[in-house]
Design a protein around this ligand. Structure first.
Ligand code: EPZ
Length: 424
């Protein structure tokens, strides 16, 4: 297992280029199952989660080749319809193969993902939606066994109780090959859902209402393989905005989708950052982020897109730990996503937790310490705190970080951070 050793106190300066999005790549890779042929995805980030999806698709019988940032998936040889526990336990997003397998092959068996570090994370809405499309869903021995009716899944009107990103993605994929029209109400509007819809349309799917809460999918009889370029990772982008902010640095972030990050950019401007660069309403841009000597406090509340993303909450909290004044950080998506707070407190942060609310009293100084996190974004928040802290911070168990950040220590070192990877 690896750790990162960070000597804090350096202002980050220079240019960083954002990698392809993890949470857009995973559903796109799962969607390749829908077509009988070879799909090609480019700008796929080099991450442990991508390797897990590669292992899952290979287990199903697909021929998968990843060459740098290009993934080729030939789904014509799929013969196994089971996502086993050994793979699903490593990555919950493995459940994204459920909809495509059921739609194309009429059957799927996937291990039920358990709880995880940030909350219970059920998939009941995915399963209920598939039942409404006519599937018989059986839960036994820790597995979901789903069987489509004779003649395939049927279009249905599905209303989500709460907005679910992978739930919307799973059912949208299932609906592409169903008979008739499926309407998804209270659907998620995250950019990753929009990107998946666009990739599916390119495969021949008929989808309307993209980017709204009501998505309509008219089933077609078959789809062709996908050729798709994955968009930039908005959470990696936001994390580098936070890195410039917390170190009082000056960083040019290249290849960013400013339109996907409005809530994040606005928040970092409010707390004293200067953010310059064109902000087109569509397409990538470069943004230059200058952090102040001392950040200001903020009150934030996480919410589904276009609100402030839960996946940036931990990184913002690290910034609040050194800001001037008292901040309130409310987490509304995951019930247990404050693990980083306890570790930040070991570095000298003054944080009080009241259920889903964290009250952070900013202190001018954090001190380096050995810290450890149990989820990806919590680990990112500890790295940010380490960049700012006096002395040495060791972030242990960074395999979480490797699940979601492509070449993080190389990118940070290129900006002048003193950071090295070592065996734990
Ligand atoms: C996606 O997870 C992301 N993962 C998460 O990113 C992100 O935190 C989350 O969306 C929210 O934005 C991927 O895209 C692979 P949800 P997902 O279904 O789809 C409840 C990261 O750091 N719910 O939108 O699993 C659920 O418990 C990760 O990259 C049900 O109750 O999240 C939660 O409270 C972590 N029943 C809420 O809905 C269901 O069937 C939103 O979850 C499904 C969800």
């Amino acid at each position: 297992m690896d750790k990162l050793i960070i000597e804090g106190g350096r202002k980050l300066e220079g240019t960083v280029t954002i990698s392809g999005s993890k949470n857009a790549s995973l559903p796109a890779l799962a969607a390749t199952i829908l077509a009988n042929g070879k799909s090609v995805l480019s700008n796929v980030p080099g991450l442990a989660d991508i390797q897990t999806m590669e292992a899952l698709l290979s287990h199903l019988g697909a021929k998968v080749e990843i060459d740098g940032n290009v993934a080729m998936v030939d789904a014509s040889s799929i013969h196994d319809l089971e996502a086993p526990y050994e793979i699903v336990r490593k990555m919950r997003a493995s459940c994204l193969v459920l909809g495509p397998l059921l739609a194309r092959f009429g059957r799927a068996r996937i291990s039920l993902p358990g709880g995880c570090a940030i909350g219970a994370r059920p998939i009941d809405m995915h399963l209920h939606g598939l039942e409404q499309m006519g599937a018989k869903v059986l839960l036994e021995h820790g597995y979901v066994d789903a069987v489509a009716p004779a003649g395939g899944l049927k279009g249905a009107k599905i209303v989500f109780d709460v907005s679910t990103v992978t739930g919307t993605e799973n059912l949208m994929m299932a609906a592409t090959l169903a008979k008739g029209t499926t309407v998804l109400e209270n659907a998620a509007r995250e950019p990753e859902v929009v990107e998946l819809a666009e990739a599916l349309i390119q495969m021949g799917a008929k989808i309307a209402g993209i980017g709204t809460n009501t998505i309509q999918v008219e089933g077609v009889s078959s789809l062709r393989p996908m050729e798709h370029t994955v968009g930039p990772d908005r959470i990696e982008s936001g994390t580098f905005v936070a890195a410039a902010a917390i170190t009082g640095g000056d960083v040019l972030i290249r290849g960013i989708r400013a339109d996907h990050l409005e809530a994040v950019i606005t928040q970092f401007e409010k707390i004293g950052c200067q953010i310059d660069g064109a902000r087109p309403t569509h397409g990538v841009t470069d943004l230059r982020v200058k952090g102040p000597e001392r950040l200001l406090a903020a009150d934030i509340r996480t919410a589904p897109y276009p609100g402030f993303p839960t996946d940036m909450q931990a990184q913002l909290m690290a910034c609040m730990a050194v800001a001037e004044g008292t901040s309130h950080v409310e987490e509304t998506i995951w019930e247990n996503r404050f693990m980083h707070a306890l570790e930040l407190m070991r570095m000298g942060a003054d944080i009080a937790l009241h259920g889903g609310l964290a009250v952070v009293k900013g202190s001018a100084i954090l001190s380096g310490a050995p810290v450890m996190a149990t989820d990806l974004r919590a680990s990112a928040s500890l790295v940010l705190a380490g960049l700012r802290a006096q002395g040495t911070t060791e972030v242990l168990r960074i395999y979480h970080l490797d699940r979601g950040y492509d070449k993080i220590e190389r990118k940070l070192a290129a900006l002048g951070a003193q950071v090295t990877r070592a065996k734990q």
